[in-house]
Design a protein around this ligand. Structure first.
Ligand code: ATP
Ligand code: MG
Length: 294
């Protein structure tokens, strides 16, 4: 794997996901250091080469969103996993976040405001997205009448996440927690989409992860509303473009996904990303951050 986890004084490396490296403190406190690497993954595989600067851009964007959702946007404060005042080691170069170690819930909380991706595939077959019936006649990239909560089971390392029904979510985390996950996810999506809209951006869909702290409080964790966990489109392009593909020109991994889908049969090792795909992806990630936070 490129960009292997760096040893950091005072911290023990405990886990590397596809994109992030996790560390626990040697002082035994209940903290965790999450370091976003420059690795890029699509279709659940890590690709080569890494995208230089991506880890720092995603961390900066995540921190900015946590701040908005803590009340910076005028809404109620959504509890999040950041530990106030805790500074990540300097070597992490803007890629680290010191957070509270939570008991994570095994549900990826996906909210979709627009029809695309796996939702579009299912809709064409069945007229539903994750089992939720939708009006007839929608096209790829169309806005949904209401944002919908479409959870996925967070599969253990090496397995693919799997879309699940709300009933299955209730079985996994209990009725009360499932309702809280749904309501909080929809609330965050609405607030974030409104903020993005004010910057001329569409938040088409996104994914949240939540954990529970020692008091049982539902706490927003992981990264939030980044280009890795969300699809963003340019609002003006979406309104005026002539083809579905053009209107969904995106600020996220879609460039990588599209190239990979056209150049790999999803068997064996994926081909290396060409330099122009890497450069364009990096530029799009940077443009999103600049536009949102301007
Ligand atoms: P996989 O582990 O399947 O590779 P992934 O690609 O989502 O999943 P990363 O996103 O690279 O992995 O790593 C981040 C990991 O840290 C996720 O498993 C996420 O659930 C976990 N995580 C994020 N915030 C917290 C927290 N506050 N407490 C505990 N775990 C957390
Ligand atoms: Mg992840």
């Amino acid at each position: 794997m490129t960009d292997a986890a760096t040893p950091l004084a005072g911290w023990t490396h405990t886990y590397s996901g596809k994109v992030r490296d996790l560390y626990r403190p040697e002082d035994g406190t209940d903290r965790m250091l999450v370091v976003a690497s420059d690795r890029v993954s699509a279709f659940d595989v890590v690709l080569e080469p890494a995208i230089t600067g991506k880890g720092a851009l995603l961390t900066t964007l995540s921190l900015w969103w946590f701040d908005q959702l803590a009340g910076g946007d005028g809404g109620r404060a959504i509890p999040n996993h950041l530990l106030a005042g805790a500074t990540p080691p300097a070597e992490t170069d803007g890629r680290g976040m010191v957070v509270q170690a939570l008991e994570m819930l095994p549900v990826e909380c996906v909210v979709r405001g627009y029809l695309t991706g796996s939702g579009w595939v299912e809709y064409q077959q069945d007229g539903t997205v994750c089992g939720i019936p939708l009006p007839e006649g929608l096209g790829n990239g169309d806005r949904l009448p209401e944002p919908i909560f479409t959870p996925a089971y967070k599969a253990p390392l090496g397995e693919h996440d799997e879309n699940i029904s709300f009933d299955r979510t209730v079985e996994l985390v209990g009725a009360e927690r499932a309702a809280e996950l749904r309501d909080t996810s929809l609330e965050i999506y609405r607030r974030a989409a409104a903020l993005a809209e004010a910057k001329g951006l569409i938040l088409a869909d996104t994914k949240f992860e939540f954990g529970v702290d020692g008091d049982g409080t539902l706490t927003l964790a992981d990264e939030v509303l980044t280009s890795d966990s969300s699809r963003y489109w340019d609002a003006e392009t979406w309104r005026t473009a002539e083809t579905p593909a053009a209107r969904m020109a995106s600020f996220d991994k879609q460039i990588v996904r599209d190239w990979l889908a056209a150049n790999w049969d999803k068997q064996g090792t994926p081909p290396a990303l060409p330099a122009d795909i890497v450069t364009r992806t990096a530029a799009k990630y940077r443009e999103l951050l600049d536009r949102l936070t301007a």
